[in-house]
Ligand binder design. Structure first.
Ligand code: FAD
Length: 577
């Protein structure tokens, strides 16, 4: 335990390399256990690992698949307070989330960007009446007062002309004004990866493709003593004085490994997004549109800035439906697509832009919110959209600490609350009980840039911060690495090489879906580029021709699965926000 001497020792940074990390993981023995072992490499788990390492605890994290391969790569990518949670009366959640938004913008300015939002106000014939507009105005003030002001910009009402300039494809004849307010956005998978790398920089052992298959318990003390993991076909024990379950929607599966009864504490709620080419919608800021069918709303977000102020894509989401299918592979079905396209087409003027059809969709993703089941008698009847997004930290019967619920935005606070419980259980000295991440800069945070959007410098700076120089060095050594990775996408080939060498990417899907987001935004282009990307990775990772083919086949199957699901009817009911 740290700071027996009164000081938190500074651990040596660890290279982010899987083989070395696996060796280090094996050093967690009964004689010399880790202080804390975290299960799950989504945003919650990596946040806990960083918090624990920053307090000087000897920390390890194991992820079953790839970092952020669960929900944390499938969010709406907003770092926000959540205007609609105010409507649900969850003022504390919004206050805390907006405080965390501010912290994250300070600690990771390269990854988190201010995202202006507009809510168009339509005239009487449209969906939002003037009365509603007035209510919206009050909600805007409440949002600002709850903490929206922390971003340095207050909401304002804009004229019909200004609203039309931001959303020229909507029904301009019905547009009477708009409300402009400010939140923030981030590439969720990159944020999670950067937190994981920062944890390693603080000395944490962090490994992907290393599932926990069991939790070990000392029956004499009735306490968990660590876990059994499986990596590269081999099982071994890792001893830890405290185990943290941060497995998101899989949390109950982990609990079932050591608890007497199979728990049922998570209520997964599915949310989907679709991507369409930017030219069909032409927004220059995020826009909220109504869903007439059930009085919900959807979000349209521009993605991939070009140098002329336009964008590559617009993504549209999200839904919020109860989900009881397989946790490992939620899919965006034809019903989900219908629901989103119906609302989208109602918001667009057919005289200005052609109706958007399933054939226009270039990418989809579906994620599961790990909502905490509520114990109130009528909670089973409540809509998932009404369940609180607050997190919960609890201790299981053998001392395994679990953290559930929450949001991408509040991951740091969730981690702090979790490690507070861990240090309490460990009886750690007072210094290790103090918060350590409120001002903890994430890796690359000191790499501010003034480069123009749409340039390679801007692109690299907003993904790697001060580490962008490492990619430029790769390109200087091999100029072919400056070529695009996927046609029409901003990523360059150097990013795939870097992902393998420094970001623990081990598969084609890691590179196309999470280290870059090419797959989410343009599946056909990613599929077309897959053989060339696989060849590049094969050189780096020493894949045989058979292994290269296996990787290509696996990626093709993933694409087919998404395409087939998009043609399937599941008859879901969408809940109202
Ligand atoms: P996950 O990311 O799912 O991580 C759990 C990890 O545990 C997984 O990687 C999994 O592989 C691993 N695991 C499972 N079993 C094992 C095992 N046996 N051994 C080792 N590892 C294991 N929040 C926001 O703040 N802003 C948003 O805009 C936003 N939009 C959202 C939109 C949608 C559609 C959804 C679904 C959620 C959204 N959220 C948003 C919420 C946010 O994305 C989630 O709260 C967050 O990503 C959950 O992270 P997690 O780490 O708890 O779970």
């Amino acid at each position: 335990i740290p700071s027996m001497s009164g000081r938190v020792p500074k651990a040596e940074p660890r290279p982010f390399e899987r083989a070395a990390m696996l060796d280090a993981l094996r050093t967690g023995t009964t004689e010399d256990p880790f202080d804390v072992l975290v299960i799950g490499g989504g945003i919650t788990g990596v946040g806990v690992a960083l918090d624990a390492a920053a307090r000087g605890l000897r920390t390890a994290l194991v992820e079953r698949d790839d970092f952020a391969s669960g929900t944390s790569s499938k969010s709406s990518k907003m770092v926000h307070g959540g205007l609609r949670y105010l409507q649900n009366g969850d003022v504390r959640l919004v206050y805390e989330a907006l405080r965390e938004r501010r912290r994250l913008m300070r600690n990771a300015p390269h990854l988190v960007e201010i995202l202006p939002f507009m809510i168009p106000i339509l005239t009487k014939d449209g969906v939002v009446s003037k009365k509603v507009a007035k209510a919206l105005g009050s909600a805007m003030w409440m949002y600002d007062l709850t903490g929206g002001w922390r971003i340095g910009k207050l909401h304002r009402r804009v004229s019909a002309e200004e609203a039309a300039a931001h959303f020229p494809t909507t029904h301009l004849d019905k547009l009477s004004a708009g409300y402009l307010y400010f939140d923030a956005g981030a590439d969720d998978a990159r944020l999670a990866l950067t937190v994981a790398r920062t944890a390693a920089e603080r000395g944490a052992v962090v490994v992907n493709r290393c599932p926990v298959v069991d939790v070990t318990v000392d029956p004499a003390r009735n306490e968990a003593t660590g876990v059994i993991v499986e990596a590269d076909g081999e099982r071994f024990s890792v001893a830890a004085r405290c185990v943290v379950n941060a497995a998101g929607v899989w949390s109950d599966e982990i609990r079932a490994l050591d608890e007497t009864e199979h728990p049922d504490s998570i209520r997964p709620a599915k949310g989907v997004h679709i991507t369409v080419p930017w030219d069909r919608i032409r927004i220059d800021i995020a826009v909220i549109i109504p869903v007439r069918a059930d009085r919900r709303s959807l979000f349209l977000g521009p993605w991939g800035p070009r140098s002329d102020g336009t964008f590559e894509h617009v993504y549209v989401g999200t839904t919020d439906t109860d989900y009881d299918g397989p946790l490992d592979d939620p899919q965006c079905t034809a019903d989900d697509i219908d629901y989103v396209l119906t609302a989208l087409n109602q918001a667009l003027d057919p005289a200005v832009t052609e109706r958007i059809t399933p054939d226009d969709i270039t990418g989809v993703w579906a994620g599961l919110r790990p909502l905490v089941k509520q114990a109130t008698p009528d909670s089973a009847d409540s809509k998932t959209a009404d369940l609180s997004r607050r997190h919960q930290v609890a201790v299981g019967e053998h001392g395994v600490v679990r953290v559930n619920g929450g949001k991408l935005t509040t991951y740091r606070e969730m981690a702090e609350d979790t490690v507070d419980v861990v240090t309490e259980l460990l009886g750690a000295p007072r210094r290790a009980r103090r918060p350590a991440t409120r001002r903890c800069k994430l890796l690359g945070a000191d790499g501010a840039t003034t480069a123009e959007p749409g340039t390679l410098e801007h692109h690299l700076a907003h993904r790697y911060g001060s580490m962008a120089g490492e990619l430029r060095a790769l390109i200087a050594f091999r100029p072919d690495l400056a070529e695009p990775l996927v046609a029409g996408q901003p990523y360059v080939r150097a990013e795939a090489v870097y992902a393998v060498r420094h970001e623990m990417a081990t598969t084609l899907d890691d590179v196309l879906s999470r280290r870059t987001r090419a797959h989410l935004f343009d599946r056909p282009a990613s599929l077309a580029a897959a053989p060339a990307v696989a060849a590049l990775l094969a050189d780096e990772l020493g894949w045989s021709p058979d292994e290269t083919q296996r990787q290509l086949d696996a990626y093709r199957r993933l694409c087919e699965l998404e395409e087939n699901a998009g043609a399937q009817r599941a008859h879901v009911t969408h809940t109202a926000d």
